[in-house]
Design a protein around this ligand. Structure first.
Ligand code: XMP
Length: 532
């Protein structure tokens, strides 16, 4: 990406690493995450105006503690260490870290001793906090603000050149600075919403310390990316995988903007799509954007491959591989096709490359995990730097209709990972009908927008029921509805009983093969959104 105003986040395994990058981007400054052990050359090539060292679960004294190349402190680039990142700075620059007598998790009150460039402009919350700060003056502190902590180690001795700039009752050095070298470190997490002035602090780092200018906007993203695509593709042709979801549709529209008719979109019916999916996507993209779209009915092929398969990971891999194969076959029919475009997003990229990202092994996302080694097409993934909400902004910016942009996410492996146990045509048809009813009722209740995803899952359990005077022995459907901001964490949606009641009634009455409906009340973590 051709941007000069960039902040690099080095990932030491914190669950909040992505949040740091998001918060920086919210300030219209581009930010990217790289693993902690990336080479110095790569960092120089990236040319950031500032580096943020993320938190992480380790202790700097652990045997295999992740440590960066110490040379990063010699680059003349401002550095902000967060939590483990702070301890790392102390450790690498000659300070001392030790186990805290009392571990600090959750809320803490930060007392600012020296506002410096980093803690400048932190405002009092209310009259109450005003009173608190008045009290604090007697303790030789100017201001107090709520921060979020999560650490077991503390700074015993700060490194040469540093001064402490804030403390809490448990951490005498809760923030420190070497103003000359522009090194700053925070024991708490400014990126989480619970840290009152967290955004202000990150903003201070980005603008006051690193002197970045807010240039990262969707319009600039569109311009740079279309330019890059044009340059990369030249006169060749691109085929784009349309899956029915927001991401692939936005990818297609973006590439269409860059190269127009050199793009052919291919929509594969893999046999595990929702009702009317193919028709809806085709008509919308054709109508609004006059794109070349080919619809391939490969449902039999996919269902054949899925015969007898019950393991979720195997299903994902099979669908991912088959998907790419179908593309290769179709692409061969398009003379000059050299590239394959996919709507891979930043979280998928991080989950697949993070040095010990937990999600990488939880589920292999078919967009990234299932790629064939002998793939003949070169991959183009223009959204691989964007978060989901940024993709929606991008789509709107390009004039895409809300019908596509506002759609709930739908996984690449489709209904296959919502049909627990074996996928057959008959079971897929049952689920399709139940799924349509769930969505229909969600829309009727005007809940579609406030819910991240709502769907039905077909369980491999049969239960006894009674319909009319007859005993039935049929399958169970689970309804899943979650609220989420980014799909990384989610809470089950408190659907009104009446809505659940109508869904249950309709599913049992209208879908042959179902005689019981249950509601999933698990959050993520510890569960995941999809059942497989
Ligand atoms: P989980 O089940 O991991 O899902 O909590 C998080 C979000 O990701 C979607 N998902 C996928 N999306 N390809 C995709 O494009 C996949 O293989 C895939 N698996 C899960 C899921 O629907 C949810 O929004």
């Amino acid at each position: 990406m051709d941007f000069t105003e960039k902040i690099l986040v080095l990932d030491f395994g914190s669950q909040y690493t992505q949040l740091i990058a998001r918060r920086v981007r919210e300030q219209k400054v581009y930010s990217e995450i790289l693993p902690y052990n990336v080479t110095l050359d790569r960092i120089k090539e990236f040319a950031p105006k500032g580096i943020i060292l993320s938190g992480g679960p380790s202790s700097v004294y652990d045997k295999n503690a992740p440590l960066p190349d110490k040379e990063i402190f010699e680059l003349g680039i401002p550095v902000l260490g967060i939590c483990y990142g702070m301890q790392l700075m102390a450790y690498c620059l000659g300070g001392k870290v030790s186990k805290a007598a009392k571990r600090e998790y959750g809320r803490a009150e930060l007392m600012i001793d020296d506002d410096s460039d980093l803690l400048k402009g932190i405002r009092k919350r209310s009259a109450v906090s005003g009173q608190r700060s008045a009290t604090l003056k007697t303790q030789n502190s100017k201001l107090k603000t709520v921060v979020w902590m999560s650490h077991g180690d503390k700074i015993e001795k700060y490194p040469k050149g540093f001064v402490p700039i804030a403390h809490t009752s448990n951490s005498p050095v809760a923030a420190m600075a070497d103003k000359g070298r522009k090194f700053y470190a925070l024991q708490f997490h400014p990126e989480v919403a619970h840290t009152e002035n967290g955004t202000k602090i990150l903003k201070n780092f980005v603008f006051n310390v690193c002197k970045c200018k807010p240039k990262w906007t969707m319009q600039s993203f569109i311009e740079t990316t279309t330019r890059e695509i044009k340059k990369k593709v030249g006169r060749d042709k691109v085929v784009c995988a349309i899956s029915g979801g927001v991401d692939s549709a936005v990818t297609a529209v973006l590439i269409n903007r860059a190269i127009g008719k050199q793009l052919t979109c291919i929509f594969v019916d893999n046999g595990v799509l929702r009702i009317g999916e193919a028709e809806k996507v085709e008509s919308t993209l054709k109508k609004h954007f006059r794109m070349n779209i080919i619809c391939v009915d490969a449902s039999k092929r996919f269902l054949n491959k899925l015969k007898g398969i019950t393991d979720p990971e195997k299903k994902r891999k099979i669908i991912g591989n088959e998907f790419i194969r179908v593309f290769e076959e179709e692409a061969k029919k398009i003379k000059g096709a050299k590239y394959l475009a996919q709507g891979t997003l930043y979280p998928d990229v991080i989950e697949s490359t993070s040095f010990k990202g937990p999600s990488a092994t939880i589920k292999s996302h078919h967009n990234v995990g299932g790629l064939l080694k002998d793939m003949k097409l070169i991959l183009i993934e223009p959204l691989r730097e964007l978060f989901k909400d940024e993709v929606r902004v991008l789509g709107r910016e390009m004039g895409m209709p809300e019908e596509i942009i506002g759609r709930h996410p739908f996984p690449g492996p489709g209904l296959a990972i919502r049909i627990i146990d074996e996928v057959t045509l008959q079971r897929a048809d049952i689920l399709r009908k139940a799924d349509a009813i769930v969505l229909d009722e969600i829309k009727k209740a005007r809940l579609y927008k406030e819910i991240w995803q709502a769907f039905a899952v077909l369980l491999p359990i049969k239960t006894v029921g009674v319909m009319g005077d007859e005993r039935t022995y049929e399958n169970v459907v689970a309804i899943r509805a979650v609220k989420s901001v980014d799909g990384m964490t989610a809470d089950w949606a408190r659907l009104p009983y009446e809505v659940l009641g109508t869904m249950s009634n309709r599913i049992i009455n209208e879908v042959k093969g179902i005689n019981r409906v249950v509601f999933d009340i698990s959050s993520k973590p510890p569960s995941t959104i999809e059942w497989e």
